[in-house]
Design a protein. Structure first.
Length: 274
C-alpha cells in the first residue's frame, strides 16, 4: 500500500515537473517573439538616414500657356484649344569638390510614383521628359509621356548627349528636365476680337476666361538614384504649379511666371532600404 502511494506521488511530481518545463519553454518562446517584434518595430520607426552625398541644389520653374488653332468657321474669329504648361529643371549636387568616386557618380536614375495631390478642375495633366533646349516653350512628344516610370540613360561626362532623349551624365552636371502639361483646358474656344493680336503665352488664359483657381495643381514624384557603389537614394518632390509670381503681383495672365526654389530641405535624398 505504501509503495503504491509513493509510486503515485512520484508520477504526480513528474507530471508537475513536465508541466513546469513546458510552461517555461512556452514562456521563453513568447518572450523571444516579443523581443523580435519590438526590435522590428524600433527598426521601422527609426528616422530615415539622410544622404550626405546627393542633394537637390535648386529647382527652376517656368509657367506659361499655349494654344492650337483650329479651323475657324469664319474669318472674323479664332478657334483655339488652350493648354497650360510648366517646365522644371532639377539640379542635383553630388558634392564632387574633392573629385569623383563610386559614391558620388550615378549608375541609375529614374522617376516614378507620379501623383497629383491637387487636381485641376479644367484640363488633363500629364508629365513628360523635357528637351532641355526647348525649356520655356510648349513642346512635347507622346513617346516622352511618363506613364509610370522614366528611366534615364546614364552617360560618361565625355560623351555627347542627345537632349531629345532622357539621358543624364553620371556626374549629374546637367539638370533633370521635365515638362508638366495641363492639356485642353478649353477646346474649340471662339475668340471674336481678332483685331487684338493673339499672344501664345499665359495671357491666353485670361483671354479665354480661364480662372486660375480652376487650374491650380500640385504634382509629386519620386527621384531614385543608385550610385556606382550600389547604394540607393530617394527624394520625394512635391511642387505646386506656379501661376503667380511670389515676388511681385504678376500672374501667368501677364505672359509667364518664373520661380527658383532654393529652400529644398523638403526634397532631401534619403537612403532607400527597400
Amino acid at each position: 500500500m505504501k509503495k503504491r502511494h509513493e509510486k503515485t506521488k512520484s508520477k504526480f511530481v513528474l507530471f508537475i515537473l513536465i508541466i513546469l518545463i513546458i510552461s517555461l519553454f512556452v514562456g521563453f518562446i513568447v518572450y523571444e517573439l516579443e523581443v523580435q517584434k519590438k526590435q522590428r518595430s524600433s527598426s521601422n520607426n527609426q528616422a530615415p538616414k539622410k544622404s550626405d552625398t546627393f542633394q537637390i541644389r535648386k529647382i527652376m520653374l517656368f509657367s506659361s500657356a499655349d494654344a492650337i488653332q483650329n479651323e475657324a468657321t469664319n474669318k472674323s474669329t479664332w478657334n483655339v484649344n488652350v493648354s497650360q504648361f510648366t517646365d522644371m529643371a532639377i539640379y542635383i549636387d553630388n558634392h564632387s569638390e574633392n573629385g569623383f568616386s563610386s559614391k558620388n557618380t550615378i549608375s541609375q536614375l529614374y522617376i516614378d510614383n507620379i501623383q497629383y495631390p491637387q487636381m485641376p478642375t479644367l484640363g488633363t495633366p500629364f508629365l513628360y521628359y523635357k528637351n532641355q533646349n526647348d525649356f520655356g516653350k510648349l513642346s512635347f512628344t507622346e513617346e516622352n509621356n511618363i506613364q509610370d516610370t522614366l528611366h534615364f540613360e546614364i552617360l560618361p561626362y565625355e560623351n555627347e548627349r542627345n537632349y531629345e532623349k532622357p539621358e543624364i551624365y553620371d556626374t549629374s552636371f546637367s539638370p533633370i528636365c521635365l515638362g508638366f502639361v495641363n492639356k485642353d483646358i478649353k477646346t474649340n474656344f471662339i475668340i471674336t476680337n481678332i483685331e487684338e493680336p493673339l499672344r501664345y503665352d499665359g495671357s491666353l488664359l485670361k483671354r479665354c476666361n480661364i480662372g486660375l483657381t480652376r487650374i491650380n495643381c500640385t504634382l509629386s514624384f519620386d527621384i531614385h538614384i543608385i550610385n556606382q557603389a550600389n547604394e540607393h537614394f530617394k527624394s520625394t518632390v512635391t511642387l505646386e504649379i506656379p501661376l503667380k509670381d511670389i515676388s511681385s503681383e504678376n500672374t501667368i495672365y501677364d505672359g509667364f511666371v518664373k520661380q527658383e526654389i532654393t529652400d529644398v530641405e523638403d526634397f532631401a535624398f534619403y537612403v532607400d532600404e527597400n
